[in-house]
Design a protein around this ligand. Structure first.
Ligand SMILES: Cc1cc2nc3c(=O)[nH]c(=O)nc-3n(C[C@H](O)[C@H](O)[C@H](O)COP(=O)(O)OP(=O)(O)OC[C@H]3O[C@@H](n4cnc5c(N)ncnc54)[C@H](O)[C@@H]3O)c2cc1C
Length: 483
């Protein structure tokens, strides 16, 4: 197999005492962590899939500090790994295990720069957590629609660097679509100031789009101007039991045509996932009894009165029962009941961990082919590891399925996890056959780096490498990730 070696990680320098002193001079001694215990939380990642070591963790609090750090790193051939909230699921934010890389934590760069209601925009620094951005928008009677299970910890800079998706993409788009302008520090310390709130700006190449989704390999995102939206007057959720898997796609199309409300989320959940939530979270109330094999949590927003939005939804769901798309449904009576519905959806991820190992795929497929994908992928799972338990769920409204396969009951976890590569390459072959993507929203990081190279068109690989070389000629930014 051809390997995609753009950078030679072995070749980076270990920052010596002089360099450490320079870093300390820029951010202060207390913001350069050297002790292994102090660095611990920066060295592991949510799935514990990668072992990491670092020379130090630096915690700057201004753009100028970051620019000065990068100048030193670039001049001295020191590898820099940007880290936001450390919630990434492909290992992009953690260094390799040689111990010579420097983690640049963005957490202290977290201020609000401006909020402009008339242009519906907010400018924030990269280290602000996503839930804080949402809260600031809300306090100003606006909506910032990006929403992920990790929103309490992930940062807007990390969301931008991974072009995060989440639950509202179906209506508002992913992070890229929500971005108006970026401020970025380049590998050599130059600062690109692109913090504009314009909706139209055709002045040459759209540079912000090169940095969005680049996973820290092209520059350090330090601030962003993001779109805000008027807050919908009402948000209503419904939990439906689908007649079968095909009905999920049919129901989505039907709702798009029939309802006056906007569909802001459409999340597919398998019965096995909900049963595991019931098993491990007995306090969670499952709203429908006698579930079918598939359920969906659908959220709508509306600017009409609550009564008329509910009437519209009730009529539409009644028709959906008559059309045999669904067999039962419940509309949330309150915000707290709606949050209960969402808890079920979010807990599906957590409860898999209580069942042992899971082999996970973050893929997207043209929506109409999702039932075919799930059926064929289930056959693959059974053939690679008999009695393994597929738990496919996710944002079906934008074709994004988290195709997770949990180990068989009472199986040895290590033995099952050894099959990750075999299982994934077969599942990804199917994804490619169906014209889908092997990374829908989590990115490439370390996990899919070689696979991206092997499966990409050679012209795409050529362009990506040339962009990397143009912006980071010495390859100091997040080496061994993406490329
Ligand atoms: C429970 C859970 C649910 C999740 N749900 C979703 C979901 O629905 N949709 C989704 O898309 N993702 C989801 N994720 C994945 C993850 O939360 C997102 O990828 C998120 O955008 C990462 O943000 P972060 O700040 O944690 O970034 P990190 O994990 O710290 O970093 C991610 C990548 O971005 C780079 N990076 C971080 N900050 C910067 C910066 N300022 N400049 C340049 N590069 C930077 C890092 O080097 C790394 O390559 C989920 C994760 C968890 C744990």
């Amino acid at each position: 197999m051809s390997k995609n070696v753009v950078n030679n990680r072995e070749g980076y320098a270990y920052p010596d005492q002089n360099i450490m002193n320079l870093f300390c001079g820029i951010v202060g001694d207390s913001n350069v962590l050297l002790d292994e215990n102090d660095m611990q939380s920066f060295l592991s990642e949510p799935r514990n899939l990668y072992k990491a070591k670092a020379a130090c963790v630096i915690k700057p609090s201004s753009v100028l500090e970051i620019s000065n750090i990068l100048k030193i790193a670039n001049d001295n051939n020191i590898a820099i790994v940007p880290q936001g909230g450390n919630t990434g699921l492909v290992g992009g934010q953690v260094p390799y295990d040689k111990g010579n890389e420097v983690i640049l934590s963005l957490s202290r760069l977290n201020k609000l720069r401006a909020i402009d209601i008339s242009t519906n925009s907010i400018t924030i620094e990269a280290g602000m957590t996503l839930d804080k951005v949402q809260k600031l928008a809300d306090e100003n009677d606006r909506l910032f629609p990006l929403s992920l299970g990790s929103e309490g910890s992930c940062q807007i800079g990390g969301n931008l660097a991974t072009n995060a998706g989440g639950t509202a993409v179906i209506e508002y788009g992913n992070t890229r679509e929500l971005t108006l302008g970026l401020e970025v520090v380049l590998a050599d310390g130059k600062i690109l100031n692109g913090l504009k709130s314009l909706r139209k700006d055709n002045t040459g190449y759209d540079l912000k789009n090169i940095f969005i989704g680049s996973e820290g390999t092209l520059g350090i995102i330090t601030a962003a101007t993001m779109k805000l939206f008027p807050k919908p007057k009402n948000i209503i959720s419904t939990f439906v039991s689908l007649s079968n898997l095909n009905a999920a796609v049919d129901l989505l199309n039907f709702l798009r045509e029939e309802t006056m409300n906007k569909i802001t989320s459409f999340e597919l959940m398998p019965k096995i996932g909900i049963e595991l939530v019931q098993k491990h979270k007995p306090n969670i109330n499952i709203p429908l009894k006698d579930l079918n094999d598939w359920s969906a949590l659908i959220e709508f927003s509306s600017n009409s009165t609550l009564d008329s939005a509910r009437d519209d939804l009730e009529n539409t769901l009644f028709k959906a029962i008559n059309e045999n798309y669904i067999t039962d449904c419940i509309i949330a009576e309150s915000i707290s009941q709606s949050m209960d519905f969402w808890r079920i959806r979010h807990f599906i991820v957590e409860v898999q961990a209580y069942e042992g190992g899971s082999i996970k795929h973050d893929i997207s497929i043209p929506i109409a082919k999702i039932p075919q994908f799930i059926n064929e992928a289930n056959n693959i799972a059974e053939s690679v590891y008999p009695s393994s338990r597929p738990i496919p769920f996710g944002h079906i409204g934008d074709g994004n399925i988290h195709y997770n396969i949990t180990q068989p009951i009472n199986e040895n976890t290590d033995k099952f996890m050894e099959k990750w590569h075999d299982m994934s390459s077969k599942v990804h072959d199917l994804v490619v056959k169906l014209n889908g993507s092997i990374s829908a929203e989590h990115g490439i990081g370390r996990m899919k780096r070689d696979e991206l190279y092997e499966r990409s068109d050679s012209t795409k690989n050529y362009i990506m490498k040339n962009i990397k070389n143009a912006l980071d000629a010495r390859g100091i930014l997040n080496p061994g990730k993406v490329l």
